[in-house]
Design a protein around this ligand. Structure first.
Ligand code: COA
Ligand code: ZN
Length: 305
């Protein structure tokens, strides 16, 4: 039996929030459906944030409604939220899982959500209590877990203590986000090993951006440390409008290929994934595409032909 690694495609949220072109609700649903058709086990389908702050994510309630109405769409869908209002909107839209953002720096907390790190922690605790009553899963993501574009390097001990606090409080998953793609595999290994040792791997995940071409190396380092959940983005879409310098997430195209070649089970059909990746490029006009894509497409074509 192959060991399983769970990939969450965050392209429809992390990717589309930062594109020059704003997609229609129908286009967003088309992209999500293509990613789901490739067998990606979880998708972050949008966010409930101020539409003035992030115009591309307006109408995420309509995305949820369209997915609900599609009988063939069965993929667990996640909504990112920055605050309590976001939680209420996500719940009312029928979300069964939310990603609430925590911070390893005050600079990022202020820029992203106009609150302090400790405010974000207090609100997350409240959301955890509400979500238990509402039967909603909570993924707590620590933004700038390695370095902040405003406050510099993050303190690994602080990150560990925030992570422990929220795992102990009942968060279903705890994700370390390298929001600006500043980490390196050694840093990733040290932090993830410490967390896996304290908590075991089942609830832990990592979210890497490929700003400096270290995304895949960071995934590998985390896999070696025992992490079995990763966020990645179809065709490498991504970036945070509030974190200067952040580019796309590590591409699902590349992560899925690497993990499968290493012998892990991801549930993903690489051929169908390439179709979703092509669609992301067509719809946005700017998605970089995974580094492996040209090779993969040629290889898969030869297998079919
Ligand atoms: N969803 C939709 N609207 C929201 C909201 C949410 N989660 N939270 C607040 N708002 C609305 C308020 O109702 C208010 O609307 P109004 O002006 O029509 O009355 C407006 O946004 C401002 O509210 P306020 O509480 O003063 O927020 P703010 O201006 O300080 O902005 C956030 C704070 C969190 C709402 C905003 O910065 C935001 O949405 N950030 C998103 C960041 C993001 O998505 N980052 C990328 C992913 S990590
Ligand atoms: Zn991100």
């Amino acid at each position: 039996m192959k060991e399983r690694i769970v990939i969450t495609d965050v392209g429809p949220r992390d990717g589309l929030q930062n594109q020059p072109k704003i997609l229609s609700i129908e286009q967003r649903v088309e992209l999500i459906s293509a990613i789901a058709a490739a067998g990606v086990p979880q998708i972050e389908v949008g966010s409930f944030v101020s539409p003035r702050a992030v115009p591309a994510m307006a109408g995420t309630d309509r995305v949820f409604a369209a997915l609900d109405a599609n009988a063939t769409y069965k993929t667990p869908s996640i909504a990112l939220i920055p605050n309590l209002k976001g939680y209420e909107l996500a719940r009312d839209a029928g979300a069964k899982a939310v990603t609430m953002v925590l911070y390893a720096s005050d600079g990022m907390a202020q820029k992203n959500a106009a609150m302090s790190m400790t405010d974000a922690e207090d609100i997350t605790m409240k959301i955890l209590r509400l979500a238990k009553q509402d039967g909603i899963e909570v993924i707590a993501t620590i933004a700038v877990a390695f370095s902040c574009p405003f406050d510099g390097p993050s303190d690994p001990l602080l990150v560990q203590s925030i992570a422990s606090k929220f795992i102990d409080a009942g968060a279903d998953q705890l994700v370390l986000a390298d929001t600006i793609g500043s980490s390196d595999p050694q840093q990733v290994r040290v932090l993830t090993e410490a967390l896996v040792e304290s908590h075991g791997p089942s609830q832990l995940g990592c979210h890497f951006h490929d700003t400096r071409a270290m995304g895949l190396a960071n995934v590998y380092a985390a896999v070696e440390a025992g992490i079995r959940r990763f966020d990645s983005s179809i065709a490498g879409l991504g970036g945070c409008p509030f974190a200067p310098g952040a580019t796309g997430n590590v591409a699902t195209d590349d992560v899925a290929m690497m993990l499968q070649q290493m012998g892990f089970e991801t549930g993903i059909d690489l051929g169908r994934l390439m179709e979703a990746s092509d669609l992301a490029e067509t719809l946005t006009g700017t998605a970089p595409g995974g580094r492996s894509k040209a090779w993969l497409q040629g290889h898969l074509a030869k297998q079919v032909g």
